[in-house]
Ligand binder design. Structure first.
Ligand SMILES: [Zn+2]
Ligand SMILES: [Zn+2]
Length: 418
């Protein structure tokens, strides 16, 4: 049967059992963020285009190339949100939330839209969850947010993640860095890609983020922002690192990290997974944006946020969450042992225990390999010696304990054992 309609390119359905993973991620993140004092906010997915031009920056790739922008029937330029923060800052200012006691903490989740070439790990409609904290400049808040992000990922059971940190300065010290960067790139300007030549004029920090290989080569010896940070920014960053150390949160200083959005100041961070995740391997990313609220007409308000991609999180969970296996795997050698194994399995299955058998005359080694692969809880081995002695060897594959037992003891031991 050929479907008359298909989803748009780069826009995917999320089907069960994938939706179960998404639900688990949202529930887990919601629980952790509630414990950290965050409350849900649900902004619209469509905004005035100007909002994103002002916040994300019109020199960014997102705004210059990737936005879903339309003229609506009233002749207004509107855009589907490419990220969550701008809308939340807009709502924060519009509803006079700065008047409420600081900090104000919000979390959100929902679809975002970027018109990119669809590829592994990137869709035109993608789903993010994130949080924003307004009103506190203290680096303790940065540490708290990073710890919360790591707690969400940890509670989901994700492993092998690394946290990278940098400070990208403030309005006092960044202009000097921008000038140093321009000086560095001036003699190499003609070698940069066309995008970077534009970035050189508009925002040379962006060159540090360019994915074009040649640009990566040219910038290898570019000055680092850590060399230009003002004393306040240095102190802020050192204090954040101190808090993370006190909390035992492993982290790596990455002096090359800049973020793709204009509004970040000081702390930026990324949590990276393994390289198998496709175009970008950041699982979660965020940073401080102390100037955006005032840019939107609110009072000067320090703020920090993070966002994480659902598709990537679900992909990692799928890799990590081995499907629950049988409680018991019975390996047997020889026809007589196979009969004994089948009898034993049948009695256990009658009692509701999930049992798998190592069929087909395979070697003990290959049977045990299969037991491991299907994530069996325990194995029992029945060979000639075991048949003779009436004692079967068993091993718990989860905790490593092992022993020998007669048939009745085995039945008792594994009756509806989970
Ligand atoms: Zn500074
Ligand atoms: Zn470039």
């Amino acid at each position: 049967m050929k479907s008359r309609f298909t989803a748009l390119k780069g826009v995917a359905d999320v089907l069960p059992p994938e939706t179960g993973l998404w639900r688990k991620i949202l529930n887990t993140a919601g629980l952790v963020m509630s414990a950290y004092g965050y409350e849900e906010i649900i902004p619209p997915v469509i905004e005035q285009t100007e909002l994103f031009l002002r916040s994300i920056g019109d020199s960014s790739d997102i705004v210059s190339k990737e936005m879903y922008t339309f003229t609506d029937k009233g002749g207004r330029s509107v855009s589907l949100r490419p990220e969550g923060t701008a809308s939340i800052v807009r709502a924060y200012v519009e509803h006079n939330l700065p008047a409420r006691p600081a900090p104000q903490k919000f979390f959100y989740s929902g679809p975002m839209f970027r018109y990119e070439r669809p590829q592994k790990g990137r869709q035109r409609q993608f789903y993010q969850l994130g949080a924003e904290c307004f009103g506190i400049a203290d680096p303790a808040v940065d540490a708290e947010m990073i710890t919360m992000v790591m707690a969400i990922l940890g509670r989901l059971g994700l492993k092998g993640l690394s946290l990278e940190l940098n400070s990208i300065g403030c309005k006092q010290c960044r202009p000097a860095f921008r000038e140093r960067l321009r000086e560095f790139f001036t003699p190499r300007l003609s070698e940069l890609c066309p995008d970077c030549q534009r970035r050189y004029e508009q925002n040379p920090l962006r060159i540090l983020d360019c994915k074009v290989e040649r640009c990566g080569e040219i910038r290898k010896d570019a000055p680092l922002i850590s060399e230009t940070l003002c004393q306040d920014c240095r102190d802020h960053f050192a204090s954040l690192v101190g808090f993370l150390e006190a909390l035992g949160t492993p982290h790596v200083f990455n002096p090359h990290m800049v973020r793709g959005l204009d509004y970040y100041t000081r702390t930026v961070f990324e949590v990276k997974g393994d390289a198998g995740l496709g175009a970008q391997n950041a699982v979660a990313a965020g940073g401080r944006y102390d100037l955006l609220v005032s840019e939107f007409g609110g009072p000067e308000t320090p703020a920090i946020g993070f966002a994480a991609g659902m598709e990537r999180l679900a992909g990692l969970l799928r890799q990590e969450a081995a499907a629950p296996g049988p409680a018991l795997f019975i390996a047997s050698l020889g026809a007589e042992a196979a009969t004994e194994a089948l009898k034993l399995a049948t009695r256990l299955r009658d009692g509701g225990t999930r049992v798998e058998l190592g069929w087909g005359g395979f070697s003990l080694k290959s049977q045990l390999r299969r037991a491991d692969k299907i994530n069996a809880g325990s194995v029992v081995i029945i060979g000639e010696d075991e048949l003779k002695s009436g004692k079967f060897k068993w091993k718990n594959l989860k905790d490593g304990s092992s022993g020998e037992a007669g048939r009745e003891e085995i039945l008792k031991q594994f009756s509806r054992a989970e």
